[in-house]
Design a protein around this ligand. Sequence first.
Ligand code: AMP
Length: 215
Amino acid sequence: MKIILLGAPGSGKGTQAKLISENFNIPHISTGDIFRFNIIQKTTLGIQAEAFINKGELVPDSITVSMIKDRMNEEDCSNGFILDGFPRNISQAKSLNDILEEKGQRIDKVLFFDVPEYIIIERVVGRKVCKNCGAVFHSKFKPSKAYNKCDLCGGDLIQRKDDNEEIIKNRMEVYISSIQPLLDYYGNGGPLLVVNGYGDIKDIYRSVEKALIPI
Ligand code: AMP
């Protein structure tokens, strides 16, 4: 199954993507995670992307699309994938369509996580990520067992540079200006489904499963 997850930064799509990936056995492709990995590794891609990310701006489409094209050509994507954080605008959506069309494929489902804005800010500001493995925690909603240590690998938990209140405002503006055109693009009889992204992680996942496998 080829799935796109849409939603604001902090809407929980990354958390849900991990659960879908485990249960459906398809890779979770997060453009944000790929960029962050490349920044840590100091690759050319990481160096190109870092300044944009730290300001809360989008990395230029040419860089992002070529990265996603390479990723989707990898063997593990042959049975499907979950795109988290891509596409972020119509131009990326059209490029994705072209990439898939070349392979005779198309997107099966697009899930939009609907979460009120005041909750988004609270979620993002309290978010902590593991420096080692990228696992995501939250000081209030999902605290780690030991203070600032990852439950999974024991790595240090840090706040993402772009998760502070100032930058998140910019990220929200970028998001708000681009989400409606994407909803229009995938809606109107297309593969778009809206999921309530507010509440317990397990309850949200149940709605996700229902959307992916309608009874
Ligand atoms: P995320 O982890 O999805 O919130 O992404 C973190 C940052 O990575 C974003 O604020 C952008 O700067 C960059 N980024 C992630 N995905 C994309 C994309 N599809 N297009 C452009 N920039 C992106």
